[in-house]
Design a protein around this ligand. Structure first.
Ligand code: ZN
Ligand code: ZN
Length: 249
């Protein structure tokens, strides 16, 4: 990145005046890894059971799946199912199976995990249904700008066109790319980190549903960056070496 000198650094208004969209390098296509990363960083938009599943619940589900496999290998798949569904006692060993003496440990853990998953899901599903019922009655606030093509963090390249369904400042994507010397990949990376940080704050009206949350986050973040003329907080953090490696990264 070029040093920020008085000569090179111009205000956004200047940029708009002397840069035409056609002169800026186009954003390259999105690789599968980048696609997954964008989906992963967008997960905080969810509400209810989806929110729980993508933020914490997936850990429970992964632990459950791991224990299920261990028990299936030790005691057989039918028995693993019976233990997880609390049909069989974790201290039972099916006839004809030679299991190690400690096989009750993973079996007990599986039966506890099974109980947590079943009761947890039942509660979450109930909450989800209540939330959806109230949301549908209220209708969608953001419908004036049209439906979102997807509820995920949008690509900067897509924000350049008028049909993205988001409310962002004029030339926002182009200017943000220019702040990164037209490096669209780095700009997209920083844009996703910033939106993910906003999604982390929980300062949203989640009653509007997932799309509503993402709509608010995109609008807040883009106008926030619009106000910081010529700066990207992620670039500054990378420069000062204070980049953290938390859930957003
Ligand atoms: Zn940046
Ligand atoms: Zn981070």
């Amino acid at each position: 990145m070029a040093p920020v000198s008085g000569e090179i650094r111009r205000s956004d208004a200047d940029l708009e005046a002397w840069v035409r969209p056609g002169e800026v390098e186009r954003a390259a296509g999105e690789s599968p890894v980048e696609r997954f990363r964008r989906w992963w960083r967008s997960r905080f938009r969810y509400a209810g059971i989806q929110y729980w599943l993508v933020t914490e619940g997936y850990v429970v589900v992964l632990v459950f799946a791991g224990l299920y496999v261990v028990n299936g290998l030790l005691l057989g798949w039918t028995h693993a199912y019976e233990v997880s569904a609390l049909i069989a006692s974790p201290w039972d060993v099916p006839a004809g199976v030679e299991a190690p003496s400690w096989s009750w440990v993973p079996a007990l853990l599986l039966s506890i995990a099974g109980w947590l998953v079943v009761t947890g899901f039942a509660g979450a599903v109930a909450g989800y249904m209540v939330l959806n019922a109230t949301t549908n009655r209220r209708g969608l606030k953001g419908s004036r700008v049209g439906p979102l093509p997807s509820g995920e963090i949008p690509r900067l390249a897509d924000l350049q066109y008028s049909r993205h369904g988001h409310d962002v400042p004029p030339y926002f994507a182009l200017r943000f790319a220019l702040r990164h010397d037209s490096d669209w990949r780095r700009a997209q990376d920083h844009w996703e980190r910033l939106v993910a940080r906003f999604l982390h704050t929980d300062a949203f009206d989640r009653g509007d549903g997932n799309d509503g949350v993402m709509r608010q986050a995109v609008t807040y973040t883009s106008y926030f960056l619009h106000g910081l003329s010529g700066r990207c907080p992620e670039c500054l953090m990378a420069k000062t070496g204070s980049e953290d490696a938390d859930a957003v990264g």
